[in-house]
Write a protein that binds this ligand. Structure first.
Ligand SMILES: Cc1cc2nc3c(=O)[nH]c(=O)nc-3n(C[C@H](O)[C@H](O)[C@H](O)COP(=O)(O)OP(=O)(O)OC[C@H]3O[C@@H](n4cnc5c(N)ncnc54)[C@H](O)[C@@H]3O)c2cc1C
Ligand code: FES
Ligand code: FES
Length: 1263
């Protein structure tokens, strides 16, 4: 069938939030996300990554199924949904479920009131995932709830408050279920609370919540039901500018179309084709959408198994298998169980809801979790083409291990047959990914063995691996060789050797982790070996011994459970006025607007008249001379307005952040991959990007700056990105934040045109161009006594500054000042070198060098423990600051609260008794180990110089009594505006509801210092207080005259007396200084203290781990807002887990960043937070230096994430001790699954040591 033969061009009909959309010019290239945001101006749905990895764009799709007469609601990523796939569907976005103008939906309300939003960028996506679940299950189980959030990432909150909101909808009890000590938080146990102080554990009140009433939800449009009952019996065709979408109704038509357009992909979920088009520039002029064809949606239960249509979604497959397993005898469902096992963690729910079975199989990606197990299980593909139908075993398409294209381009997959398992047959699937959920596997496997009747003699064996090479691979030779062998240790030994030889993982193939992948290959087989041995015993206990008791726990994979948590803070004094909000858990002022999608981010601003778009062209070389820039082709592109290079920028093309200039556009030479060389200005984002791709730059490569440092301890680079995209909209004269300076100055010349310019960096460009936290290498020598007392330390830090200085020197200085962490070091020499490299310039990030240098300190502390045979906590205790002391730069400190935090954390975590339990567990389990660690923290607060901590505020009182407040602090989710309103409320003695906030702007408060160093609330709070006190002083005579009057009376009177009702407030800054010549000074104003205890469990065969429990005690003075402050601690802590155990940036040897989005760069997801999570704020702590005795809390909690690192280290130590391995061993950060596995050295890792591929050049380098 040719295109001409297809019916005429259609109108696309679908609904959005109950409103009918008729799109006459539907463009197949347009995704729902851009349609919602740009066309319908529904900007609540956010663009986070564009590739299905973050969940910020989650919407609910509803369709009607006429046969079952059921409406199906499912969550989906709008960034991957072509609008053409929505014919007859109803889309619900965050705006459709509630708003401040109509009614806020219970999900939105509870998420906000439970403090589940900080920056709020992930919040609409979270709301829609929860909402969709509740549409299907109004009273979900906690397992369903946690599964629904697996595909949504949050960079700020640490997920706990989001889960608290979720729990209020679940059937089960909301108590903490603190099982470790068998006690529950609701019992208000004595040991948790300080008897002297009245403490609270409530951050919100459920009494305020509206009930969830499913009858109030938007109904499914009746018109769409009618359309579904009488679907168009014709092929639907949509033509775009460049692409045509054809959706046939019958298999016949489909086969005709495929015969006519063999290269046209069949698009079902678009989760494979979509990202390829977006990120790899692959273009298809024609796509065929087969989802409406009944043959591709069949679900048939046959005598020998299940036949499932290729267009069935993975969620549907999951449901069908779950059903089949519950209804059929165990013996028959081993294949189903193994497939289901993979489906549970494949992508997030949004992906599984749209991705198809056929798409996963036919894409033949090496990372397919289904192909290895389907191939190993003898699944059969039912193929069809104009030439006829045929059946082939799925394994055939991988027969030679590289995908031998046995499926012809004109052939389509109609359905897949998944067979029942037989008697004597055992089937298993395995996977290991950088993160347990929503992450593509590093390596996976499907294995099946069939024994001769009643024996352990192998009759048939099938082993397939994924992730190891470019596609799924069969260990065919190994399997043939082992047929006829008994299932015993000899067979295992031979199998491991054979399989390693056969599945050669070349160092240059799929990139990296070669040894790890190979270790997994054999470890998975070993795990299968154990599983089968155990099953044989179950079948015939008299003949088969099974596996030793201590091996059994490894047969259970880690599961994600709903975490339980408790937060404890000191209540306000009973004497405090109920109207005074200071010290109370007040909701983030923007919380509701975050949850309804009404909060406006820069890219949500409507376009202004004549707006232009900017796309940057970046360097593809790390160090090279620019020979020429050819813009001729690009300038011819549609809508291109101009191309700006260094030559076009008037004046200097430079800006200064330190003494050395940063170059805006590369001038003559480039110094890193990702450096901006020039920028295209065009009438649309698409045109600007298309033209940018046509700019040709010729380079002459220069010698790179080579730096070789042999490291003792390395801590890798971390990307600073939140999931908000960097977007800027530049108007004339507008001043925007630091990172925006570059673009602002770069397009100065455009200002002559007075046209606004919008720059939207894609997630990939953002990560490529901008640097991250500084990677550190620490080298040290430590002198200590046998009793563990540290006598002297000589430490050197090498800091990868990247290609320009930025703040590297300052970070180096701060890292030296904070490197002592909580310890008294009698003799100390420390050095820090900021090193120039040809990588994007690195910058300061939460903690400003402290998380890196203090981790090095904690590492040598554990090293001393190893050497002395004492426990790490003993070494920590012995060396901790104890009484009024001086730091290494001679600043006085009183460590009383440090010791209190440590002791309380010890007590609350029941450290010593749990350590015994951990050690008992470790004795009884060989392949699984637990680890526990407690780490103290002293976090110095200060910016080093007075002028950097000055701040100003402006407060107006209006004659109606309302107050408008603004200050110089930037709200980035940390709740600064909420706290400032709390301050003004206390100072003016009026309710918070009378006080409004005016967005931070340099037109109202000039010369604002950076909101950095945890100082925002401290310094701006002082300025707000000052302004309010000035106003109150002016009002005082009037109040004195009429003390019984109201606020409005006094304001009215003041106005009539011509008293000014507007005041500025100012704070000069803290008196901080440091004399680097003498090496002494007072660079900090005060210290925060804390301690965290974490417990983990590791799987020694895979390197996987689970965070079991964390207890944090933190001294933050008197909290102004415990909900916001605990949110900061938890959010930072979880970010710390990411920093120390997960987040890895990988570069090519040529300096090209590989990890450019959530698909490769893994931040913690909901599955990564501790199963039990408690945070207590130290009571009775005062701070004379900051507003209302509080302490700045934004950064400190991040470092405590290293308690997980050291708990993992403890677990690995236990493995190594048991195996008699070397006592001293190095573990770098991030301590990923790969490193954990390498640390747990055994016979399998030993097999890798002399392997040839280890010597091949690595394709990816961790920095
Ligand atoms: C964020 C994200 C996370 C993911 N995580 C995982 C994971 O953890 N594990 C995993 O295994 N996968 C994962 N995937 C991959 C995902 O499972 C596959 O992309 C998906 O199954 C493909 O199905 P689709 O319907 O979306 O395919 P589409 O993109 O619509 O099509 C894919 C390809 O299959 C072909 N095709 C589709 N149907 C047929 C047919 N009937 N006959 C012939 N050819 C056909 C098409 O021509 C096309 O070439 C992830 C994807 C994303 C985006
Ligand atoms: S923007 Fe769609 S998943 Fe990230
Ligand atoms: S609140 Fe979740 S990303 Fe900021």
């Amino acid at each position: 069938m040719s295109l001409q033969g297809a019916a005429g061009v259609e109108e696309l009909i679908f609904y959005v939030n109950g409103r009918k959309i008729i799109e006459k010019n539907a463009d197949p290239e347009q995704m729902l996300l851009s349609y919602l945001r740009k066309r319908l101006r529904l900007t609540g749905t956010k663009y986070g990554c564009g590739g299905g990895g973050c969940g910020a764009c989650t919407v609910m799709i509803s369709t009607y199924e006429p046969t079952s007469k059921k409406i199906r609601h499912y969550s989906a990523n709008a960034c991957l949904l072509p609008i053409c796939s929505l014919y007859g569907a109803a889309v619900t976005t965050v705006e459709g479920i509630g708003s401040t103008k109509t009614r806020v939906h219970p999900v939105q309300e509870r998420l906000a009131k439970c403090h589940g939003s900080q920056c709020g960028f992930c919040t609409p996506g979270m709301v829609m995932s929860i909402y969709t679940l509740l549409r299907n299950h109004p009273e979900p189980t906690s397992e369903q709830m946690i599964a629904a959030l697996a595909g949504n990432l949050c960079r700020c909150t640490g997920y706990r408050p989001i889960l608290d909101a979720c729990k209020t909808f679940c059937k089960e009890s909301v108590c903490c279920q603190r099982k470790a000590n068998g006690k529950c938080c609701l019992d208000q146990e004595d040991y948790l609370f300080d008897k002297e102080e009245k403490v609270s554990t409530r951050l919100f009140s459920t009494d305020e919540f509206q009930p969830l009433d499913p009858t109030q939800e938007l109904i499914f449009p009746p018109e769409l039901m009618r359309m579904a009952e009488n679907p168009p019996k014709r092929t639907l065709v949509f033509h775009g500018e460049r692409m045509t979408w054809i959706s046939p109704v019958s298999l016949d038509e489909l086969l005709d179309l495929k015969a006519a357009h063999p290269n046209a992909p069949l698009v079902v979920g678009n989760t494979s084709v979509g990202p390829e088009m977006k990120f790899r520039g692959i273009f298809h002029p024609i796509v065929i959408a087969p989802a409406r064809i009944p043959d591709l949606n069949v679900v048939k239960c046959m005598d020998d198994g299940l036949t499932l249509g290729a267009a069935c979604t993975l969620s549907l497959v999951k449901d069908i298998l779950t059903n089949a397993i519950s209804e059929s005898p165990e013996e028959k469902t081993k294949v189903f169980c193994a497939v289901l096992q993979q489906l549970r963690t494949l992508g997030g729910e949004q992906i599984r809801n749209i991705a198809s079975l056929g798409g996963n199989i036919i894409s033949r990606k090496s990372t397919s979790d289904l192909n290895p197990i389907l191939a190993a299980s003898n699944c059969v593909l039912n193929l069809a083409s104009r030439g006829g139908k045929r059946q082939i075993p799925l394994s055939d398409i991988f027969a030679d291990g590289v995908g031998n294209n046995t499926i012809m381009p004109e052939e389509i997959l109609v359905s897949v047959h998944i067979p029942h398992s037989r008697k004597g047959e055992y089937v298993s699937a395995f996977r290991q990914a950088p993160r347990r959920e929503n992450a593509l596997p590093i390596t996976n496997a499907g294995m099946r063995v069939l024994f001769e009747d009643g024996t352990d003699i192998i009759k048939d064996l099938s082993i397939f691996y994924g992730g190891a090479v470019l596609t799924t691979m069969c260990a065919k030779q190994t399997c043939w060789t082992l047929i006829g062998r008994h299932w015993n240790e000899q067979m295992l030994d031979e199998a491991c050797k054979l399989v390693l030889k056969e599945i050669a993982v070349p160092g240059s193939a799929s990139g990296e982790k070669v040894d790890y992948k190979k270790t997994l290959i054999v470890s998975f087989f070993y795990r299968f070996f154990l599983e089968v041995l155990q099953s044989l015993k179950k079948m015939d206990p008299c003949h088969y011994l099974g596996i030793p008791m201590e091996y059994r726990s490894v047969l259970q994979d880690f599961q994600t459970k709903m975490p339980q948590s408790i937060q404890i803070y000191q209540d306000v004094k009973p004497s405090q006025s109920p109207q005074d909000p200071v010290g109370r858990p007040i909701m983030h002022q923007s919380g509701i607007k975050h949850a309804t999608g009404e909060a406006v981010y820069i890219d949500d601003l409507p376009s202004v008249d004549g707006e232009l778009f900017l796309a940057v062209v970046t360097s593809s070389r790390a160090h090279a001379k620019i020979v020429s820039i050819d813009t001729s082709e690009a300038l011819k592109g549609p809508g291109v307005f101009d191309i700006i290079t260094a030559q076009d920028v008037p004046n200097t093309n430079e800006f200064y952040y330190s003494n050395d200039p940063e170059i805006v556009f590369a001038r003559n030479k480039v110094i890193c991959v990702g450096q901006i060389v020039c920028a295209v200005v065009a009438d649309s984002d698409v045109h600007a990007k298309q033209a940018a791709a046509k700019v040709k730059i010729e380079y002459e490569v220069l010698e790179p700056v080579i730096l070789t440092i042999e490291g003792r301890f390395a801590l890798g680079d971390r990307n600073t990105s939140t999931w908000r995209l960097r977007v800027c909209l530049l108007f004339q004269k507008e001043r925007i934040k630091k990172w925006m300076c570059m673009c602002q100055r770069s397009i100065q010349q455009l200002f002559r045109t007075s046209r606004a310019v919008r720059l939207i960096l894609s997630r990939g460009d953002d990560m490529l161009i901008t640097g991250g936290r500084h990677p550190f290498i620490g080298k040290y020598k430590v002198g200590f006594m046998n009793d563990g007392r540290i006598r002297a330390v000589d430490a050197k830090y090498y800091i990868n500054g990247g290609c320009t200085p930025d703040e590297s020197v300052l970070v180096a200085e701060v890292s030296l000042l904070k490197m002592d962490n909580a310890y008294k070091i009698p003799n100390l020499r420390c050095w820090a070198y900021a090193c120039k490299t040809n990588l994007p310039s690195n910058t300061a990030f939460r903690g400003f060098g402290f998380p890196q240098s203090a981790l090095v300190t904690e590492t040598w502390i554990t090293g001393v423990a190893d050497k002395t045979g004492l426990s790490p906590e003993k070494i920590r205790e012995i060396n901790m600051y104890k009484e009024d002391e001086q730091t290494h730069f001679k600043q006085k400190l009183d460590p009383q609260n440090l010791i209190r935090c440590w002791n309380e954390c010890m007590k609350k975590s029941a450290y010593h008794s749990r350590k015994t339990v951990v050690s008992e567990f470790n004795k009884q389990n060989y392949w699984k180990k637990k680890g526990i660690a407690i780490v103290p923290m002293k976090f110095p607060f200060g910016l080093g110089t007075r002028y950097l901590s000055q701040a100003a505020a402006l407060v107006h009182i209006y004659t109606d009594g309302s107050v408008l407040l603004t200050h110089g602090g930037i709200e980035m989710g940390q709740g600064i505006h909420t706290k400032m309103i709390q301050v003004a409320s206390r100072e003016l003695n009026i309710p918070m509801s009378c006080i409004h906030f005016c967005e931070t702007s340099t037109t109202t408060v000039p010369n604002a210092c950076a909101s950095a160093g945890s100082a925002g609330t401290d310094v701006n709070g002082m300025a707000v207080k000052d302004a309010c006190q000035t106003l109150l002083k002016r009002l005082q005579p009037i109040i004195n005259k009429n003390p019984k009057g109201t606020w409005n009376d006094w304001v009215k009177e003041a106005f009539e007396q011509s008293v000014s009702l507007s005041a500025t407030g100012y704070f000069r800054g803290y008196n901080e200084n440091m004399d680097w010549e003498k090496g002494e000074g007072q660079p900090f104003t005060y210290f925060l203290y804390g301690a965290a205890c974490s417990e983990v469990e590791i799987n020694c065969l895979t390197g996987d781990h689970k965070n079991l429990r964390t207890d944090i005690v933190m001294d933050i003075g008197c909290s102004i807002n415990p909900a916001v402050d605990i949110g900061q601690i938890e959010g930072a802590f979880v970010q710390g887990i990411g920093l120390y155990t997960m987040e890895e940036l990988k570069y090519s040897p040529e300096g090209v960043l590989y990890t450019r989005g959530p698909d490769q760069y893994k931040i913690p997801a909901v599955c990564d937070i501790p199963e039990q999570f408690s945070v207590s704020l130290l009571s009775s702590s005062q701070n004379p230096y900051a507003i209302y005795a509080s302490k700045g809390i934004g950064e400190a909690g991040l470092f405590l994430g290293c308690s997980v690192f050291f708990a993992l280290r403890d677990a690995i130590t236990s493995v190594r001790n048991e195996r008699g391995l070397k006592k001293t061993f190095a573990l770098n950060s991030p301590l990923t699954a790969e490193q954990i596995r390498a640390g747990c050295a055994d016979d399998f890792t030993e097999m890798m040591t002399n392997d040839e591929s280890a010597s091949s050049a690595p394709r990816a380098i961790s920095v």
